[in-house]
Design a binder for this molecule. Structure first.
Ligand SMILES: [Cu+2]
Length: 249
């Protein structure tokens, strides 16, 4: 196999990979994997995902391209005998050190994102509890006293509302089996485990209507365990909450 053929194979692989990547991650409308983002930390998580995907995708094409080149170049041919080679120390050091550095970089990057999303929550504007139950989401807001689990709590079933640009602290619980509280647009997915209290926070970045999904097979009615989330202006949220107070407890 000639060096020219090697170049053709590599540029061919890149020629396929590059437009595919541009289509998948580029401009508006060409969204194939991740749904639109609605939380302050979603862009950082997405960026990390795309960096890891780009690196592993690049390595994939590089390895497969090299495999193809070697298959063609060192195929059995009449009159050409195989020869023994022990390897190359320089190449081995390079392909060990470079991935190690990339992994350390990814570790630092992902740890930074992780500690922001799952570390100490920032000061919150409101606090609520989400309790999974076969097969519904019980939502509990603190009443006028600002504390959960008191007489003036406001409770709803499968109806959640959050004010835009305000930070909500969410306590997660379950009454029966393991459920998973999943709002893809927030990039939030966390198990609600009986006997444990989970905690997460979110600051919605724009108004809209989203769905709350249970992402853990939790029984026969798992398919219908579905809640609705409205992200509204702070005024509309307060009005809704007042409405729940009057109609509820
Ligand atoms: Cu469930």
């Amino acid at each position: 196999m000639t060096p020219r053929l090697v170049r053709v194979v590599i540029s061919g692989a890149l020629g396929v990979a590059w437009p595919a990547a541009a289509w998948a991650f580029g401009g508006s409308g060409a969204r194939v994997w991740l749904p639109e983002s609605y939380s302050t930390y979603a862009p950082a998580i997405d960026q990390l995902f795309y960096v890891v995907l780009g690196l592993t995708g690049g390595v994939f094409f590089l390895v497969q391209g090299t495999l193809l080149v070697f298959l063609l170049r060192y195929r059995r041919r009449p009159g050409v005998s195989a020869h023994y080679t022990h390897g190359n120390n320089t190449v081995e050091i390079v392909w060990t050190v470079v991935p190690a550095l990339i992994l350390v970089g990814l570790l630092i990057n992902s740890q930074t994102v992780w500690s922001h999303v799952r570390g100490t929550p920032p000061p919150h504007d409101l606090e609520l509890e989400v309790q999974g139950e076969q097969f519904a989401w019980n939502i509990r807001y603190a009443g006028p006293d600002g504390r959960l689990h008191t007489d003036d709590d406001i409770t709803t079933i499968n109806q959640m509302q959050l004010p835009v640009q305000q930070t909500a602290l969410v306590h997660l619980a379950s009454t029966d089996v393991i459920h998973s509280f999943f709002i893809p647009q927030f990039r939030v997915k966390q198990d609600a485990v009986p006997g444990l209290r989970g905690r997460l926070w979110v600051t919605p970045t724009r108004e809209g209507q989203l769905e709350i999904v249970c992402a853990e097979l939790c029984g026969l009615g798992h398919y219908r365990m579905r809640g609705f989330l409205t992200i509204a202006s702070p005024e509309a949220f307060q009005a809704w909450l007042a409405e729940q107070t009057q109609g509820g407890t």
